[in-house]
Ligand binder design. Structure first.
Ligand code: FRU
Length: 494
């Protein structure tokens, strides 16, 4: 029972993907099959494979009527596309199948819970999008929308809620077999909050409570929530829209927020204890997690920035890629992220340099490339006189480079893509306050053609950015203002 709208999308993506060169796409990061990709959706483990769906507009490299794209992988790094899974083809989702999640049903079927969007004329003549939560059930390839959709509607909203901002359900199953989901919502005044629902079967849902509320602290509407218990703590992640900056922690625009706190499962009460940004770079939004069969909590985010993703020409055949999958943990009330260990299996040639001391620009034998995993440990070359700045530059040629730098006196790590070949007045730099003492810092930096992800101090802080520098620019160099001593282990990625 595949609709004509979905059949058209499947045919289109199959034809058009052949027009995109292998070199134009990242290698081990999931990117859109064609057209446009935003949020990760339905991240789940089903029938021996990881499934990732995504917000998808196949017909254009700009956002449009949302479909769900679909890909599978055994190792979360090498992805295979499957046909698009959902299209906006029914009354209640005619204007878009927005973000959602997936769970495996006891009878072995795969269930998607997503937001259906339908525009409605308001009494004042304006058009608004009404958002409801809907179900589709399938076999890992084809999904059928539930005849009783939508399953959660405005009737299930607490008083004072906006029915125009009610989306992105994230579902999980409890040990007793029942289901819970969290959804993003805001008050009529635009103050974000995360709602908790319960269900015996994934179909019949009951509103439980407001699990966490913004009280206008972090942006406005809260999108794409996820909630889980990790290392004894309740962890709520969400993506607030329209943020004001706060020190070096939060930046202007649509950002990410992680609330860590106490969670009492008996009463399903979450008590916030601390907050932090999830990623401090330029391109990171709407992350979603999966619980892997081996117990790891793995997160993938959309590697883009809403304020800078519309500057390309419609002629560009694709836009949108995901971050590396990251293993999460909580230490001392803080969320840590590490690149998934499966990446180690893709390591090619190893290059090592130890105790390299430099006071200006250097290049190191065997250190170059645009598909790279490198670990840098830096310390002062002269203990009496700590250096003022360290930088690693990559995607470099005579005119271009992107860099990650560290200033020990300010304890600031910065990503800078000003010289990446951009001709636009967009955000090119982001700074992050890190923990360091005496000029000692550890960084793992991963490049995949058009992106950098820098994991500082074993994943205590992460900075992610995209750049579209010509692939021929594959130089890597190091810079010190003062004297730096560095150990480096570098792998090319196969
Ligand atoms: C977040 C978001 C979601 C929504 C989707 C629409 O990036 O705005 O809230 O479901 O994108 O594509």
């Amino acid at each position: 029972m595949i609709s004509q709208t979905l059949r058209d999308a499947r045919k289109y993506e199959e034809t058009m993907e052949k027009k995109i060169g292998r070199d134009d796409k990242p290698d081990f990061h999931l990117s859109t099959r064609v057209g446009w990709m935003n949020d990760p959706n339905g991240f789940s483990y089903y029938n021996g494979e990881y499934h990732m769906f995504y917000q998808y507009h196949p017909y254009d490299s700009h956002w449009g009527p949302m479909h769900w794209g679909h890909a599978v992988s055994a190792d979360l790094l090498r992805w295979k596309y499957l046909p698009a899974a959902l299209a906006p083809d029914t009354e209640y989702d005619r204007d878009g199948c927005f973000s959602g999640s997936a769970v495996v049903l006891p009878d072995g079927r795969h269930m998607l819970l997503y937001t259906g969007v339908a525009k409605e004329t308001q009494p004042d003549g304006s058009m608004r999008e009404v958002q409801t939560q809907c179900v589709a059930v399938g076999d890992g390839m084809d999904y059928e929308k539930y005849a009783g959709n939508p399953v959660i509607t405005e009737k299930d909203l607490p008083e004072g809620s906006s029915r125009f901002d009610f989306r992105d359900p994230k579902i999980w199953q409890k040990p007793d077999g029942s289901y819970r989901c969290v959804a993003g919502n805001c008050t009529e005044e635009g103050d974000g909050r995360i709602l908790l629902y319960s269900s015996p079967d994934g179909i019949n849902w009951k509103y439980e409570k407001i699990l966490a509320a913004n009280h206008m602290r972090f942006g406005r509407m809260w999108e794409c929530p996820d909630f889980f218990v990790l290392d004894g703590k309740g962890v709520l992640i969400t993506s607030p829209q329209d943020m004001f900056p706060q020190g070096f922690e939060y930046h202007n625009g649509n950002g990410t927020l992680c609330l860590i706190g106490a969670y009492d499962d008996a009463t399903e009460t979450f008590t916030e204890e601390g907050n932090q940004a999830i990623d401090y770079g330029i391109d990171f939004y709407a992350p979603q997690t999966v619980l892997a069969p081996d117990g790891r909590r793995i997160m993938i985010g959309w590697m883009q920035n809403w304020d800078t993703c519309n500057l390309h020409t419609p002629a560009q055949p694709w836009l949108g890629q995901m971050t590396l999958p990251r293993e999460l943990s909580v230490h001392n009330g803080r969320l840590y992220q590490k690149p998934i260990r499966e990446l180690d299996d893709m390591h090619g040639k190893e290059v090592r340099h130890e105790n390299v001391t430099f006071t200006d620009v250097i290049r190191l034998a065997g250190v170059e490339g645009r598909k790279v995993d490198m670990e840098l440990s830096i310390r002062p070359g002269d203990a009496q006189n700590i250096y003022r700045k360290f930088a690693v530059r990559f995607a470099q040629d005579d005119t271009c480079h992107t860099s990650i730098s560290f200033r020990p006196y300010e304890s600031i790590v910065k990503v800078d893509r000003k010289f990446s070949g951009s001709r636009r007045a967009i955000i090119h730099q982001r700074r992050c306050l890190v923990n360091s003492e005496g000029g000692v810092l550890k960084m793992r930096i991963i490049l995949d053609k058009f992106s950098v992800e820098a994991f500082v101090n074993d994943g205590e802080h992460v900075l992610t950015a995209t750049f579209y520098t010509d692939l021929a620019a594959d130089g890597i160099s190091f810079y010190a203002d003062g004297s730096v001593t560095m150990d480096i282990v570098k792998y090319e990625i196969k």
